[in-house]
Design a protein around this ligand. Structure first.
Ligand SMILES: [Zn+2]
Ligand SMILES: [Zn+2]
Length: 250
């Protein structure tokens, strides 16, 4: 067993680096990533404090009308706004989003689930012909059935997509940015640990429907998670000793 002196201390995450292109993937601690998300969201109380990425995204959001509840690609569009406004663009290049039918969700996952995030980590590629240089997060969300009583109304369907998407995007942030080394860092990536919860709360406040940034009133289902509803908290599994991982989070 490694002694305390051998444990890896990840490099600090500087707040000014919390923007697209400045962070090094798989390098920081869970605590630092959480703090950076919370700080990023907390300084938004006035227009003056918005970052250039946020300013331009909000401008497009307000005046561009680039997303529309009736359009099939609206979830893809809102993903871009979430990334730029709430995460300062840090997920750019690290992820993708797929919407699958309930049948295909079961095929992909093996059982019924509404959403999950697949993480592809360098070192444990399923197909060795395609070596990854950086981690990738594939967010997979179930296409909601408009014939189902609960989701008959388009606004209810859309809110569900938005809530789920933001929840999964926050999942993607942690494994992409945090260190996974075998010297004390791997094994600390609890899906809904306190670091995730703190960031989730900050996100909900930043997205408040009355005075938030995008004002979508997203609910990241923290209470459902605390009650253990529909969430598998121990779904992550560690691989061989190569330092790579294959993980799936819900
Ligand atoms: Zn480490
Ligand atoms: Zn979750």
């Amino acid at each position: 067993m490694a002694s305390v002196t051998q444990l890896h201390k990840p490099q600090p995450l500087l707040q000014e680096d919390f923007r697209h292109g400045y962070l090094k993937p798989m390098s920081y601690s869970m605590e630092d990533v959480s703090k950076a998300v919370v700080n990023h969201l907390n300084v938004q109380s006035s227009e003056h404090n918005l970052t250039p990425i946020q300013k331009s995204a909000l401008e497009r959001y307000r005046y561009g009308g680039t997303w529309n509840l009736g359009q099939p690609n609206s979830t893809q569009n809102i993903k871009k706004f979430f990334n730029e406004v709430y995460f300062n663009g840090i997920l750019t290049g690290f992820g993708s989003l797929e919407l699958l039918s309930p049948e295909n969700m079961i095929k992909r996952r093996g059982y019924t689930v509404h959403a999950f995030t697949e993480l592809l980590m360098p070192g444990v590629e399923k197909d060795l012909r395609y070596k990854l240089k950086t981690p990738k997060a594939i967010i997979i969300i179930e296409n909601l059935d408009a014939n189902e009583e609960t989701y008959r109304k388009p606004n209810i369907r859309m809110q569900s997509y938005l809530d789920t998407l933001l929840h999964e995007m926050l999942h993607a942030v942690f494994p992409i940015l945090t260190c996974w080394c075998q010297f004390g860092c791997a094994g600390v990536h609890a899906n809904h640990g306190f670091q995730w919860q703190a960031a989730a709360l900050a996100l909900e406040e930043a997205d408040d429907s009355g005075n938030g940034l995008l004002r979508l009133g997203c609910d990241l289902d923290k209470s459902g998670i605390e009650a253990g509803r529909g969430e598998d908290l121990s779904s992550y599994k560690e691989c061989d000793g190569s330092g790579g991982l294959w993980e799936e989070v819900e």
